[in-house]
Write a protein that binds this ligand. Structure first.
Ligand SMILES: Cc1ncc(C[n+]2csc(CCOP(=O)(O)OP(=O)(O)O)c2C)c(N)n1
Length: 936
């Protein structure tokens, strides 16, 4: 097992004790350490012939010097020169002065024993402070003393400390930093000139980000990174697309002129240009790195988990156990980074098996304002980055006016990430030269800041002046750079006039061989997904074999025995077994399966038992890992919906051959991830031409458990359904569930699949399937027939429904002996199986009434979705009923009652309504409504 799979280090090891070496290096002096330091200092003084008084003083000096050094390590960043505008008053904290530590006057020039700290045996206090200020209070401020791991701290210390610890670049390096700054700056200026007032969310003021990202690619590539997955918001995105990702300038110009980003024939809604993604290959020193910028919605930070999931999937596909080869990079705005909770969820993934990515590099474009809001109203801490401390990530604060310092931070960040495989943050302080967007007036709300910004020279000018002084470029060097780049942009601008995107980059790479579904070819949609009986039996053996050395819980042994019996008899297959069979057969066919959700290993309802925990050792045994050549992973996720669902969506984007499932503990918890559902799952393909085969499993059903455990809110999903964007289903038999899961991987296209999964049906005597339902030509059935139907021509009342209500309706109908009522289940609600329904209903020539029955209140559930669709088909059938009648709970604000008695009364009333047993004539929810009134 790799270290990454073992979980965070605190779950495995005791923290190492601080060793003498660390004490000598000035780390964490404790009472013990003080004694040690004193003794060593005395020895040093004695060996140089000091007097007894001097020896005593030397001990004291050394202890104080150690405290001074430690204070700089902890708090030096507070005095770092970070703000290009000098807006934030950052006075030297008293404890960073030598006086605070007892050194003044002549004491400043006394040599002190430092025992190797700062790489020095002896130094004067003055020199020590001078070095500390250069190390910790220059253009880079480092926060790292919150990290428990001593090796990590020592590593960062080594990079930051010492007399010689300067940021150094070769003249060529400096020149290329300048070139990138000029490109970043001139690109924005050019767009501003050519497209006056058009929104571009310019990077102006934060241009150092561009050479910094170049450094990430270059140093990453040199240190094993072959692929970088990036996510970012609007700010500077066009700059990243053009100057980092290498998207042709002409393509972006063409989009500014109103052209589409993709060829017309691919369809979709398209999206604004500062939300689009792209991918490319960049090469530095002969090393190629693949870059992929993930498209994102306006919702700040929502893309973060998607990037992480995508990176993780690439790592798994590449067999990259530590995540060294694939690097996720997230660029953030300061206000969003501090304000959006998803950021914390994503940091939370950083150490967790199954979700970590071997470290994400976070880069904050800290322009010290969020739209119009000043930092003090946007967060409670001086930095936007404190959230990273929750996972002990190091944080580098850096002055954005110094592109060398920013580039240095990226180099250090890559080195750290590749060595420790942990998250790291760069917080680049800069400014926003214009308003939130280019039509926005910033001085309404920030007059003082913008007075300073107007007087503040651009980064290129400041940096070029420095390079002229250093002799790296001559006078006029900057103008030459600007002229050359502007000429190139002019050429591209001309070329854009005839630019037409020639192909859309989808269904390439891992997606090749897959495509869009062809409306006309329905058999492609409903492929046979049955498997040979022998394979069912083979998987059955895998699922029920208890290894001799695994001590399985005795109740679980009974459950496994019951499963074995299902396979032996070929009857009585329950939900969980059908699911395991679906997984097992897919694994056998070479499709990996990844199931992720809270407590998914066992299953919320103790139904799944995918993971068997040895009762003596706590070790885990997962039978499905033995099912086939493909990888099976089931992950008990952190308690997050937004983050984890986003992660799995990202995973599904990168790996269409893996069945990726996200499971809610209860279906309604999915609304914590509503942004993921609305912005990515429902609309991602239309906006960005990015397909996904993600499956959402949402436990749903009215079992009298109250408002919060009944509804997965199917109405929300159905309301989002259009243009064949996803599938929504509510299966009622184990076999149909088996087939819909298998169908997901056995077609040549991918669409998200939302399944309302059952609770009581998990153990319902009638909700079982037999061997033949899984084998031969069997397949997913969008509509399920009545198990004891009247002859078609005898049907007078057709009751349509979906989900577990069907069993209750059938039982009540059979009990009442209704000979003219047929109960038909719609198992797939979208795409609605209209033509199949039509064919079926046409045969019911004596039909008098069609009822849609549901448990959910009328404003919820399926009614609004199915009503017009059923009506349309009834019109086509030309029978007596022209439209469906509703039978169910009346409209309600809360999804369900919290009172068990009231629930039972409502349920009985709606069943009576649906079957026509009510004493009152069937009107909209009549009996159910009155039952509710009576019960209350
Ligand atoms: C989730 C979300 N809420 C609100 C907005 C509206 N909005 C767009 S940009 C912005 C300010 C962002 O500030 P910051 O993160 O500092 O980035 P900057 O624009 O300064 O680069 C806001 C509130 C949004 N896009 N997303």
């Amino acid at each position: 097992m790799t270290e990454r799979e073992q979980g965070p280090s605190w779950a495995r090891d005791n923290w190492p004790l601080i060793e003498l070496d660390d004490l000598n290096a000035g780390l964490d002096p404790t009472a013990m350490a003080i004694e040690t330091v004193a003794a060593r200092a005395k020895d040093a003084a004695a060996s140089s012939g000091a007097s007894a008084v001097e020896i005593e003083r030397a001990a004291n000096d050394s202890i104080c010097a150690m405290m001074l050094i430690r204070t700089y390590r902890v708090r030096g960043h507070l005095a770092a020169d970070l703000d290009p505008l000098g807006l934030v008053k950052r006075e030297m904290p008293a404890d960073l002065t030598p006086e605070f530590h007892g050194f003044d006057g002549a004491a400043l020039d006394r040599p002190v024993w430092l025992g190797g700290a700062l790489g020095l045996e002896m130094a004067t206090v003055r020199e020590t402070v001078d070095i500390l200020r250069r190390n910790y209070c220059g253009h880079v401020g480092l926060e790292y003393m919150h990290i428990n791991d001593l090796e990590e701290r020592r590593f960062l210390q080594d990079r930051m400390e010492g007399r010689e610890a300067e940021i150094r670049f070769t003249p060529e390096g400096k020149q290329s930093i300048l070139t990138k700054v000029v490109q970043a700056e001139q690109w924005e200026k050019f767009l501003a000139r050519k497209y006056v007032g058009t929104k571009r969310f310019g990077l102006d003021g934060g241009e150092s980000m561009v050479p910094a990202l170049e450094a990430v690619i270059k140093y990453g590539g040199a240190d094993r990174v072959v692929s970088i997955v990036l996510g970012m918001a609007h700010r500077g995105r066009l700059n990243v697309l053009a100057n980092v990702m290498g998207k042709p300038y002409r393509a972006i110009f063409s989009e500014f002129a109103g052209g589409a980003a993709n060829p017309e024939d691919v369809g979709g809604s398209g999206d604004v240009k500062y939300h689009l993604g792209t991918s490319s290959d960049r090469e530095f020193d002969g090393i190629k790195v693949h870059l992929s910028l993930v498209p994102n919605p306006s919702h700040l930070e929502a893309v973060d988990p998607v990037v992480l999931g995508k990176a993780r999937a690439q790592q798994v596909a590449r067999g990259d156990p530590d995540g060294d080869l694939v690097l996720p990079v997230l660029l953030h705005g300061d206000a969003a980074f501090a304000g959006q909770g998803i950021v914390a969820e994503c940091f939370g993934f950083s150490g967790i098996p199954g979700y970590n990515t071997g470290g994400c590099l976070h880069f904050v474009i800290n322009n010290q304002v969020g739209f119009t809001t000043s930092p003090q109203f946007g967060r409670s801490s001086p930095y936007p980055s404190d959230v990273a401390k929750a996972v002990q990530a190091p944080i580098l604060h850096v002055n954005g006016d110094d592109p060398e310092a920013v580039t240095f931070c990226c180099k250090l960040a890559i080195e750290y990430r590749q060595k420790f495989n942990r998250d790291i943050v760069i917080d680049m302080w800069c400014y926003r030269r214009f308003g939130h967007n280019e039509g926005d007036e910033p001085s309404f709300t920030q007059p003082l800041m913008y007075a300073k910004i107007r007087a503040h020279p651009p980064i290129s000018q400041l940096y070029a002046e420095r390079l002229v002084k250093e002799g790296v470029i001559g006078e006029g060097g900057l103008d030459k750079e600007i002229a050359a780049f502007t000429a190139l942009l002019e050429n591209e601008f001309e070329a854009a006039k005839s630019y037409l995107p020639n192909k859309a980059d989808w269904f390439e790479g891992a997606w090749s061989g897959l495509g869009r579904p062809d409306e006309a070819i329905t058999e492609r949609r409903n492929v046979p997904t049955g498997v040979p009986e022998e394979i069912v039996r083979e998987i059955g053996r895998v699922l029920t074999a208890i290894p001799a050395d695994v001590a399985v819980h005795k109740t679980l042994v009974r459950i496994i025995d019951a499963r074995r019996e299902m396979f032996d008899k070929g009857e009585g297959f329950d939900w969980a077994t059908a699911e395991a069979l679906a997984f097992g057969t897919l694994l056998r066919e070479g499709h990996p399966v990844r199931l992720s959700g809270q407590d998914s290993g066992r299953g919320t309802f103790s139904q799944r038992h995918t993971v068997w925990v040895d009762q003596q050792t706590g070790a885990k045994y997962i039978p499905l890992t033995k099912a086939g050549p493909a990888r099976f992973e089931v992950r008990d996720s952190p308690l997050s919906e937004f983050g984890v669902m986003g992660f799995e969506y990202g995973y599904s984007l990168a790996d269409p051959q893996t069945l990726v499932l996200w499971e809610a503990q209860f279906g309604d918890f999915a609304n914590g991830a509503q942004v993921m559902i609305d912005q990515f799952i429902a609309a991602g393909e239309a906006k960005w031409l990015r397909a996904s085969g993600l499956v959402l499993l949402l436990p749903h059903g009215y079992e009298g458990q109250g408002p919060e455990h009944s509804s997965a809110r199917p109405e929300r999903f159905l309301q989002l359904c259009a243009e064949d964007n996803m599938q929504v289903a509510n299966c009622t038999t184990p076999a149909n569930y088996f087939h819909i899961l298998r169908r997901q991987m056995n077609r040549d296209f991918r669409k998200p699949l939302v399944i309302m999964t059952p609770k009581s049906l998990l153990r319902h005597k009638q909700a079982v399937s037999s061997l033949a339902d899984f084998t031969g030509e069997s397949h997913f059935k969008r509509i399920l027939s009545d198990p004891s139907p009247p002859a078609d021509t005898a049907v007078k009342r057709l009751v349509l429904c979906t989900g577990k209500l069907a069993y209750e309706l059938i039982e009540a109908r059979d009990k009442a002996g209704d000979a003219h009522v047929s109960i038909v289940r719609v198992e797939q609600l979208y795409p609605f199986p209209g033509e199949a329904f039509l064919a079926r209903v046409k045969r019911m020539t004596g039909l008098e009434e069609v009822v849609w029955a549901q448990e959910e209140p009328q404003n919820q559930g399926y009614w609004a979705h199915v009503e017009p669709r059923i009506e349309r088909r009834l019109a086509e059938a030309g029978l007596k009923p022209k439209r469906p009648i509703y039978a169910g709970r009346p409209p309600a604000a809360s999804p369900a009652t919290g009172l068990a008695k009231r629930h039972a009364a409502e349920q009985a009333a709606l069943i009576a309504d649906a079957l026509g047993h009510s004493s009152t004539p069937l009107t909209t929810g009549s009996s159910a409504a009155s039952a509710q009134r009576k019960a209350s």
